[in-house]
Design a protein around this ligand. Structure first.
Ligand SMILES: *Cc1c(COP(=O)(O)O)cnc(C)c1O
Length: 393
């Protein structure tokens, strides 16, 4: 099979250094080799976040994709208290769905997908409700929109609640300053902007908050952050059998990022996004959200009239290019192009020229169809407009 170019927001094409790392020797996770491996990964994660007061933070690594880290946070930090989920997309919705399973007092402020939050509304809600934890997605991958950590972090701090953030699709591409934004816990995963294989996730948190977790009664066994913290602190290990080869690969991915330089890596991903976006604008494509609000790892593009996303994906796949299609209320209306992992500038140029050819072919086919059979107008499905704001408590 030809090598596929993954223009997706994860999984990604991994670097050769990672292919080698994942095949390292067999080690036992209850021996000193693993303790050292995990300790190294933890230190590298703290460096990735550029935490200044490092002694105040810790990072636990979980075998499981990003959702595992999110579920670990939502099941471990709320206790008997109340949590407010801020959602403006698919992944905010998943946080809510996960939280209601674990937390009786789950509140929700929900905006239509791809719509920015209303700060005065959030401030008013926090002023009139007793909320202990606020959870939000940083990069809402369904729309490509970055949510404002600094502003929301300030509101949450003023209210006295804890701020927890899903950074699954932004960490490695954008800076999350946990100290400046008053964030207690951030989740992320191995297989998006960090560029490694899928299967691991992690939670970075303030040590003080990790310590307090033991006062809550456990809601899960496997994903209990308090247990992860105890094993980390006492043995530099994980509570259960970890996917050790993936730890070798994650360690290598972090080593590669740190040797390039975190900010240089971010700038390189942004430069690739700029190349991709200017090329797509030249093809007269429109984006779903303003470029200023986008994460630098992903571009969400409106499907041109008379083109079906399904056909577009299929034609690109024939040329070894893999893209995403929109989900939920964006299904059929957008496609998504990621620019993380081992993609070169040549790969981006190949993508743009192939996209151009494919769009021309599909539009020409559609024009033929109109001439031959004159189908009714409106080739695109219209899905219901989501409710404006839904507050559920
Ligand atoms: C990918 C992603 C997740 C986790 O999804 P998995 O299927 O568990 O990898 C969570 N949040 C966001 C914002 C994501 O993009």
């Amino acid at each position: 099979m030809d090598k596929q170019l993954l223009f997706t927001p994860g999984p990604v094409n991994v670097a050769e250094t990672l292919r080698t790392a994942i095949c390292k020797e067999d080690i036992c996770h209850r021996e000193a080799d693993f303790d050292a491996l995990l300790a190294g990964i933890e230190q590298k994660i703290l460096s990735l976040f550029q935490i200044r007061k490092r002694e105040r933070y810790r990072a636990v690594v979980i075998t499981g994709s990003g959702t595992a880290a999110n579920e670990a946070i939502l099941s471990s930090v709320v206790g008997d208290g109340a949590v407010l989920i801020l959602s403006n997309g698919e992944f905010g919705g998943r946080l809510h769905k996960t939280s209601v399973i674990h937390n009786k007092k789950t509140h929700l402020i929900e905006m239509p997908w791809g719509t920015a939050f209303d700060m005065p509304q959030i401030a008013a809600y926090l002023a009139t409700h007793k909320i202990d934890v606020v959870a939000m997605v940083h990069h809402e991958t369904c729309s490509g929109m970055l949510n404002p950590l600094a502003k929301i972090g300030a509101l949450v701090k003023a209210s006295g609640a804890l701020f927890v953030v899903d950074g699954v699709s932004s960490v490695g591409a954008e800076m999350i300053d946990m100290e400046a934004y008053h964030i207690a816990f951030v989740s992320s995963s191995s297989s998006k902007a960090l560029g490694s294989y899928p299967g691991l996730s992690f939670v970075v948190g303030r040590k003080k908050q990790f310590k307090r977790l033991k006062h809550h009664s456990a809601k899960t066994t496997y994903l209990n952050l308090a247990t992860f913290y105890t094993f980390l602190k006492t043995h530099s290990q994980t509570p259960n059998t970890p996917a050790v080869p993936l730890f070798f690969a994650l360690d290598q991915a972090l080593t590669d990022i740190l040797s390039e330089g975190v900010l240089k890596r971010h700038a390189r991903i942004k430069a690739r996004a700029d190349l991709l976006r200017s090329g797509m604008r030249r093809l007269n494509l429109d984006f779903l959200v303003d470029e200023a609000d986008m994460c630098s790892m992903l571009t969400t593009v409106q499907v041109p009239a008379s083109v079906s996303v399904h056909d577009l994906r299929a034609r690109l796949r024939e040329k070894s290019i893999i893209i995403y299609e929109g989900k939920g209320c964006f299904a059929g209306k957008v496609f998504q192009v990621g620019n993380i992992g081992e993609l070169s500038d040549d790969d981006i140029r190949y993508f743009l020229s192939t996209l151009k050819d494919v769009l021309l072919t599909l539009q020409a086919d559609a024009a033929d169809l109109v001439i031959q059979v004159r189908p009714k107008q409106k080739l695109r499905a219209v899905s219901p407009v989501p409710s404006h704001v839904r507050v559920v408590s």
